[in-house]
Ligand binder design. Structure first.
Ligand code: BG6
Length: 477
């Protein structure tokens, strides 16, 4: 979030041949190169367990992964040939890490760099501890320049394991070196929530219990588990989405106004807001699992029929939660979190419902439930805001109609950068604002751990629906 220049850096990826590296990290690094953000030099060392993983193997993976219509293949190949190097990390023994340390020293010497290093752990979560400990034990947590550690989500499986992981990380790295990724924080529309709230003074006076009736945060996906059953079976919607992405959105909506936009000012405010959430009872949560159904006129299988999913799986693919934030700003305002896979609509949005007018003179002139001013921030797709007002429909009879005032990203701007591009640039610049602090992660797990592992029943819902009916009742209860 700063404009600080990027110093020449060595960017080391653990899991360089994996899905995340191919789909997100390498395209983002290439974009940063194309835009000149890493003009001072960003050399990438890709590590893989594959035995014959060398420069050529990594470059081949990278050039195949980057399908950028605006960049000619020759330019991509030239970037890969200049800046990408590959190496096998074997079984990750201490001897393997000594070899790694020597390779890093050699690359830094050749490329004239002075120890500004990023280690990106793009591995399955069960490999985090061993990799982090091995880096520390090999003396790679410190350098002459600055060393940063990037860790993907999920950070732990519950409160206990996230604490253990934090203890392990802090045994080798200081918190100021650690960048816990939640890619939602890199989305332009999510960052814009801070600008919306803190640059536009008109809303701040309304942003509290006196004027807001409820807040609903929805991340509704049409996609199913998409070949990720091995990971998802052990995660489920609470761990995969609620504990991370939805909680980050919640913190941004609920936090107090920070003194400035940097990490030191914003992260404590987010933590304070999350700490003020009252314990969530299992009766305030509805969990579901998709059964077979239809999406976009196509039959889709149920979750239990997906490859790699157990026939009697109890993993939730849907979660709806009602919670309360017990502080002066929000006391009495229900917040609803809702997310699921294989739902009928694909949308990520935050709906802020304002209280209705104290005296409602137009009851007879409108249809349906009483209108309220509502702000809908759509984070994807059709990024933008809509603020709903009542207006008089022209002519007779006298009729009140609810209509939106729109702001659309697509109309106002041309290109919205990918979240990973923003986040990786911030890592290279050493700006932690858009990353999750150790304490934040633990507060989030404190909230949801009582709902995990069978504490709440899992109800079936047909693919293509809006989730279990009981979820809709959470708000009417
Ligand atoms: C990931 C989850 O973190 O976020 C996925 O693991 C989910 O299950 C994805 O589909 C959603 O991200 P986005 O950017 O498509 O909203």
């Amino acid at each position: 979030m700063t404009d600080a220049p990027v110093t020449p850096s060595l960017f080391v990826i653990f899991g360089a041949s994996g899905d995340l590296s191919r789909r997100k990290i390498l395209p983002a690094l290439h974009q940063l190169h194309v835009h000149g953000s890493t003009a001072a030099g960003c050399v990438v060392l890709g590590l893989s367990r594959k035995p014959a993983f060398d420069d050529a193997a990594f470059r081949a993976i990278a050039t195949a992964a980057i399908t950028d219509d605006s960049a000619p293949a020759a330019d991509i190949a030239s970037w890969a040939g200049t800046f990408l190097h590959g190496q096998t990390i074997g079984a990750g023994t201490s001897a393997d890490f000594v070899v790694l340390r020597e390779r890093i020293a050699a690359l830094e010497a050749v490329h004239g760099m002075f120890g500004v290093r990023v280690f990106y752990v793009a591995l399955p979560p069960d490999s985090f501890p061993a990799t982090i400990a091995a880096l520390g034990n090999a003396g790679l947590a410190v350098s002459e320049g600055e060393t940063r550690l990037v860790i993907e989500k999920p950070f732990g499986r519950d409160l206990r394991s996230s604490r253990e992981l934090n203890v392990l990380v802090h045994a080798h790295f200081g918190e100021e070196q650690v960048y816990r990724i939640d890619h939602y924080l890199g989305k332009e529309t999510v960052q814009n929530m801070m600008v919306f709230r803190f640059a536009n003074a008109m809303f701040e006076n309304l942003w509290n219990r006196n004027h807001i009736e409820s807040v609903q945060i929805t991340v509704s996906e049409a996609l199913g588990v998409e070949g990720r059953a091995e990971y998802y079976e052990g995660a489920g919607a609470l761990r995969d989405m609620v504990q991370s992405h939805l909680t980050q959105l919640l913190a941004l909506v609920a936090m107090e106004v920070p003194g400035s936009m940097d990490a030191a000012a914003t992260r404590p405010e987010k933590i304070k807001a999350l700490r003020a959430i009252a314990p969530i009872a299992p009766s305030d949560a509805v969990l579901g699992q998709y059964a077979a159904g239809r999406i976009d006129d196509m039959d889709v299988p149920g979750y239990r029929e997906e490859p790699g999913v157990a026939g009697n799986s109890r993993t939730e693919t849907f979660a709806a939660i009602r919670l309360h934030i017990e502080n002066w700003r929000w006391q009495g305002v229900p917040f609803y979190l809702r997310t699921g896979k294989r739902l009928g609509t694909r949308v990520t949005e935050i709906e802020v419902k304002f209280r209705r007018a104290p005296v409602w003179m137009f009851r007879e002139m409108q249809q349906g439930e009483l209108h309220r001013n509502t702000l809908v921030m759509t984070l994807q797709p059709n990024e933008g805001f809509s603020l709903y007002f009542d207006v008089k429909a022209p002519g007779e009879p006298f009729r009140v109609q609810r209509l939106p005032l729109h702001f659309s990203y697509a109309e106002a701007f041309t290109v919205i950068p990918e979240a990973y591009q923003t986040l990786l640039l911030d890592v290279l610049r050493g700006d932690q604002t858009l990353f999750v602090h150790a304490e934040e992660v633990e507060v989030a797990w404190t909230l949801y751990t009582p709902l995990l592992d069978g504490a709440v029943g899992v109800l079936p819902y047909p693919a293509g629906s809006e989730g279990p009916m009981e979820a809709a009742q959470l708000s009417s209860r």
